[in-house]
Structures are given as C-alpha cells and as structure tokens.
Design a protein around this ligand. Structure first.
Ligand SMILES: [Fe+2]
Length: 213
C-alpha cells in the first residue's frame, strides 16, 4: 500500500488528459513562482479555465456523501495529491440548504465554484488562539458565489469561513491547496460559543496516512 512508504507517489483520482494537463501547468507555475501572492495570480487563469470546462470531473465526484467527516451529507473527494503533499485538489459537494462547519484551511490555495450557488460567510479572528480552543470571531463579509467565481486562500487573511448551498441542487466547489488538507489537523469553530476544536475532514474517497493521524 502506498500509505506506508516514506515518500509516496503522486496520486491521480481523476485521470484524463485535460486534468493531467491542468496539474502539469499548475505545477509549472508553482515551481517558477515561490512568492505566494504572485503564484496565486499566475494560477488564476489556469484555474478559471478548469472551472469553466465540462467533462473532466467524474459524476461520482459530484455527489453528496452521508459518511463524510464534514457532516451534513457533504462530500469531499480527493482528485489529486502530490507525493510530497505540497499540492492537493479536491471537490466539495454541499447538498441544498446544508452548510459546512465554520473552518480554517491553514494553507495557500484557490477555491472556485463549479456547480450550484453558495453563500459564503468570512470570519475574522478578533482574539484568542484556535489551538487553545477559545476564540472570538467576527463575521466580516458575506458573499454570493456563482459558478466560475473563485477566491484565493492566503492565511491568515480571510482563512476562516463557512459556505452554504443556496441553489436547488448541490453546490460543487473545486479546491486547489498547497497541502493535503483533508489529512491535516486544522480547526472548526463555533462562533456563537467562542470555541474552536481540532478538525480533520478526511476525504470521501481516500484514506489519510496513519502516520499523520
Ligand atoms: Fe473552506
């Protein structure tokens, strides 16, 4: 099993020429640009093309999942993971009316909407330490997200949010992140109670390596 070797290989859970070309182009940009703001700027047109393209994402990765670590029937499907865990792509499927927990990401990235419509609430950390479990959050921004829209993640800026599907069908967002985020311990928040908790979302279609448990 690939999980038990110290330097696992790249894993493609979506394997077609268009997706492979996207991953290759993204990696080329990442290798050429180490400064994160400029890297994200250069990735935007490549990512936007993928969001507007049809047929590359298997139907299986457009479905809700009642067993996922995100809860509320939310599916989180790994699409690609780099062997060194420096890059991961996944789809997030949120059923109609459902919301993610308020959560952080702790990694740079780009998130864009592929299907449906979302309402995004972005929170600001006013005080406290998420690792200590006591925080005060302030709702900073509420945005309507339409298919083709995308936004950067550049922690700590705008790194805490919650999304809700407001369309009649599920929303599907595509995430490009500079980590294997499903297997990373990060935080979920309860703003109304002022608490944060450790959180590892996992993936609906792939295990996390036991050494990262
Ligand atoms: Fe998120």
């Amino acid at each position: 099993m690939v999980w038990f070797v110290s330097h696992p290989q790249d894993e493609y859970f979506v394997d077609n020429p268009e997706f492979r070309a996207f991953v290759a182009e993204a990696r080329k940009v990442i290798a050429q640009e180490s400064e994160l703001t400029r890297r994200i700027e250069r990735l935007k047109p490549v990512f936007s093309r993928l969001l507007r393209s049809e047929g590359w994402l298997p139907v299986a990765y457009l479905q809700p999942d009642t067993t996922s670590g995100m809860g509320s029937g939310i599916g989180q499907y790994l699409l690609f993971r780099a062997g060194d865990r420096s890059l991961g792509l996944f789809s997030l499927v949120v059923p109609p009316g459902a919301s993610t927990p308020v959560h952080d990401h702790l990694a740079w990235g780009l998130v864009g909407l592929y299907r449906g419509e979302q309402r995004e609430e972005v929170y600001e950390l006013v005080e406290g330490d998420p690792d200590a479990g006591v925080v005060r959050l302030r709702l900073a921004t509420v945005r309507a997200i339409q298919p083709g829209d995308f936004y950067p993640l550049l922690p700590p800026q705008d790194d805490i949010h919650r999304v809700t599907t407001v369309s009649a069908g599920p929303s599907v967002s595509i995430h490009l992140l500079g980590s294997d985020i499903g297997c990373t311990v990060r935080h979920r928040f309860e703003p109304e109670h002022g608490v944060s908790k450790p959180f590892r979302s996992g993936y609906s279609n792939a295990p996390c390596p036991p050494e990262e448990s």
